[in-house]
Design a protein around this ligand. Structure first.
Ligand code: NG1
Ligand code: ZN
Length: 532
C-alpha cells in the first residue's frame, strides 16, 4: 500500500489554504501564492497516473500561459502527449480539495482502490516550467509529491509547453516504429528545422519575420530554433526580457494582440509596412500573426486565418499527390471562430464546431484523415491519422509532380507538432505555406475579410447558472435568456452572438459579430446588458 508516513510528513509541509480548487480546461490555474499544496498533490497524482498506465511516462507542465505574471498553474500530459483524460480531471479536483493531511490520505487511499491502481508498478514523470518567478518554489512542491510515492522523475527544466508535450510522446515511443523523434529539446529542434528546410529547399529566402516572444519562455526556444534554421528563416526576436520583473505577457504577446486587436506598443517602431510579424504567448502554445497593410494599418492574422491558409494548402497537396479519393481533410473550430472564416472553410471542406477547450478540438480532429484545428486565439495544430501517415509512406506516385506533393505532405507531418498547439511549429508551418504560395501578409489576409467582432467579459454572481448546448452556441439556462439574445441579434445585419461561462476565469463571456464595427460593439454590449 501507500507508505502513509512519508506522504504524511511531506503533506504536512504543504498545507491546503482555505480555497476551492478546480482542474479546468487548462489544468489548475490561479494566483501562484496559493498553489503550493496543489503542486504537491499533483506530483502524487502524476505518479499514480503513470502506475495506472503501467509505468508510461506522464508529463507535468507548470505554467499560467498568457495569464499575468503573478498567476501560475499546472497541468498533466498523457503518454501520447495529449491532455489528461477527462475522467481524471475530476480526481485531480477531489484530491486538491481535501482539507487536511488526514483527509488527503483518506481520499488518496479510496482513489487508489476504486481506480484499481497497482502501487507496485513503476512510475515515471517528465516535468517542466515556464519563466515565472513563482516557478522554482512550485517545482519544489511538485518534487516533494514525486518523493512521497517514489516517482522516477526527469526534470526538463525551463521550456515551452509544446516541447514538454513533445518530450512525453518521444519518451513513450522511443525505440518503437512510432518513434516521435529524439527525446530531448535538441531532438525537437532538429526534427522541426530539418523538415522545414526540406519544405523550403530551393525557395527564395523570405523577408525577416518579427517575432514577439511575450518576454516568456518562447524567447529562449525561439533563439535556439533560429540557430537551427540559419538563413532559411531570418527572425528578428523582440520582447525577450525573460528576467525583467512584470514584463511577461505585459502589453505584448498573442493574447494581447487577440484581445486588444492591436499591435503591441513595443513593436510599433519595429514593424515596417508590408512586413509580417507574430506573437507567442507566455508558454509558446499560441500564435498570432499580423502585418501592416499598404496604408500602414495593423491587420491581425489570427488562428482562423492560420486554419484557412493551412487547410487550403493541405487540400491542394493531397490533390497534387493524387490522393484526394483516399485522404479527407477536415477543420474543427469553436463558436469563437470568425463567421467569415467558417464560411470560407465550409465552402471548401467539412467544418465541425465543438465546445471551447483544446481537448474537444483535438478529439474531433482525430476523426478526420487530416484534421486541422485552430482556436481563433491562435492555439491549434494539424493531426494526420495513423492510417493516413501509413498511406503517405506507402503510396507510389505516378508523376514527378505527384512525388513532390507527396514529399511535401510527409515533411508537413514532421514540421507539425501533432501532440498539441505549438506556436513555433505553427510559425514554421505558416512560413512554409507563405513561401509555397508566394503570399505576403496582404494576399494571405485577403483570403476572406473578418467580420468585425467584440468579446466582453461579464462578472456575475454565479457563472454556473449559465448552461449551453449546440457547441456553446445557445444558452439553455437561465431560461428565457436565449430568446432575448436572439431577439437582439435579429436587429443587426450579419449579427451573431453567444454567451458562455468561462472555464478558466470567474466570468461569463459574451461574443458578438456583425457586418459593421459599431454594430458588433453595440450588439456585444447589449447582450452583456442582458446577462448582467
Ligand atoms: P475560457 O476561459 O473557457 O473562455 C480560454 C480561451 C480558450 C482556451 C482556454 C484555455 C477564449 C475565448 N477562451 O477559455 O480558447 O484557450 O482559455 O487556455 O479565448
Ligand atoms: Zn499558452
Amino acid at each position: 500500500g501507500l507508505s502513509s508516513d512519508t506522504i504524511r510528513q511531506l503533506s504536512d509541509l504543504h498545507p491546503k489554504p482555505d480555497i476551492k480548487f478546480q482542474y479546468g480546461t487548462a489544468g489548475f490555474r490561479t494566483v501562484a501564492t496559493v498553489l503550493d499544496s496543489v503542486l504537491f498533490r499533483v506530483g502524487i497524482l502524476a505518479g499514480l497516473r503513470s502506475k495506472k498506465l503501467d509505468g508510461k511516462t506522464i508529463g507535468v507542465m507548470v505554467t499560467a500561459s498568457h495569464n499575468p505574471e503573478e498567476d501560475n498553474g499546472v497541468k498533466l500530459v498523457d503518454p501520447r502527449g495529449e491532455m489528461l483524460e477527462s475522467s481524471w480531471e475530476a480526481h485531480a479536483t477531489t484530491l486538491s480539495n481535501a482539507s487536511t493531511t488526514d483527509d488527503f490520505i483518506q481520499v488518496l487511499e479510496t482513489f487508489v482502490q476504486t481506480a484499481k491502481i497497482d502501487l507496485s508498478k513503476p512510475s515515471r514523470v517528465v516535468y517542466a516550467r515556464d519563466t515565472r518567478p513563482s516557478g522554482p518554489a512550485l517545482i519544489a512542491a511538485l518534487e516533494d509529491g514525486f518523493k512521497a510515492i517514489g516517482v522516477d522523475a526527469h526534470d526538463a527544466g525551463v521550456t515551452t509547453t509544446p516541447i514538454l508535450h513533445y518530450l512525453v510522446r518521444a519518451i513513450n515511443t522511443k525505440g518503437t516504429p512510432e518513434s516521435y523523434g529524439e527525446d530531448s529539446e535538441e531532438g525537437y529542434f532538429l526534427k522541426l528545422s530539418e523538415a522545414y528546410k526540406k519544405l523550403v529547399a530551393g525557395r527564395a529566402t523570405p523577408e525577416p519575420l518579427l517575432l514577439d516572444c511575450a518576454n516568456g519562455v518562447g524567447a529562449d526556444a525561439a533563439k535556439k530554433l533560429s540557430k537551427y534554421l540559419g538563413d532559411k528563416l531570418p527572425i528578428v526576436l523582440t520582447n525577450t526580457a525573460i528576467g525583467t520583473p512584470g514584463a511577461l505577457n505585459n502589453a505584448c504577446g498573442a493574447d494581447y494582440v487577440k484581445t486588444s486587436q492591436k499591435l503591441p506598443p513595443s513593436l510599433s517602431n519595429l514593424l515596417k509596412p508590408g512586413q509580417r510579424g507574430c506573437s507567442l504567448d507566455g508558454d509558446a502554445d499560441r500564435l498570432m500573426y499580423f502585418h501592416l497593410d499598404e496604408r500602414g494599418q495593423f491587420r491581425m492574422l489570427d488562428g482562423d486565418k492560420i486554419a484557412a491558409l493551412v487547410a487550403a494548402f493541405i487540400v491542394e497537396l493531397v490533390k497534387g499527390a493524387g490522393l484526394e479519393e483516399h485522404i479527407k481533410v477536415g477543420v474543427v473550430q469553436t463558436a469563437y471562430a470568425n463567421g467569415a472564416s467558417t464560411k470560407y472553410l465550409a465552402d471548401r471542406l467539412p467544418v465541425k464546431c465543438v465546445p471551447t477547450g483544446v481537448k474537444h478540438l483535438h478529439h474531433a480532429a482525430e476523426h478526420y484523415d487530416v484534421g486541422v484545428y485552430f482556436e481563433a486565439n491562435g492555439h491549434g495544430t494539424v493531426l494526420f491519422s495513423p492510417s493516413t501517415q501509413e498511406m503517405l509512406s506507402q503510396h507510389q506516385p505516378s508523376t514527378p509532380a505527384q512525388s513532390t506533393a507527396l514529399n511535401h505532405l510527409i515533411n508537413l507531418t514532421q514540421v507539425i507538432n501533432q501532440t498539441v498547439g505549438d506556436a513555433l511549429s505553427d510559425m514554421l508551418l505558416v512560413e512554409v505555406v507563405l513561401s509555397h504560395k508566394s503570399y505576403s501578409g496582404i494576399e494571405w489576409d485577403s483570403l476572406y475579410t473578418d467580420l468585425p467582432n467584440r468579446l466582453v467579459k461579464v462578472k456575475v454572481a454565479d457563472r454556473n447558472i449559465f448552461r449551453t448546448e449546440d457547441a456553446e452556441r445557445r444558452l439553455v439556462s437561465p431560461v428565457g435568456l436565449q430568446d432575448k439574445i436572439e431577439g437582439l441579434v435579429r436587429r443587426y445585419e450579419g449579427g451573431r452572438s453567444f454567451v458562455r461561462p468561462s472555464g478558466t476565469e470567474d466570468v461569463v463571456r459574451v461574443y458578438a459579430e456583425a457586418v459593421l464595427r459599431p454594430q458588433a460593439d453595440e450588439l456585444a454590449f447589449r447582450v452583456a446588458g442582458l446577462v448582467y
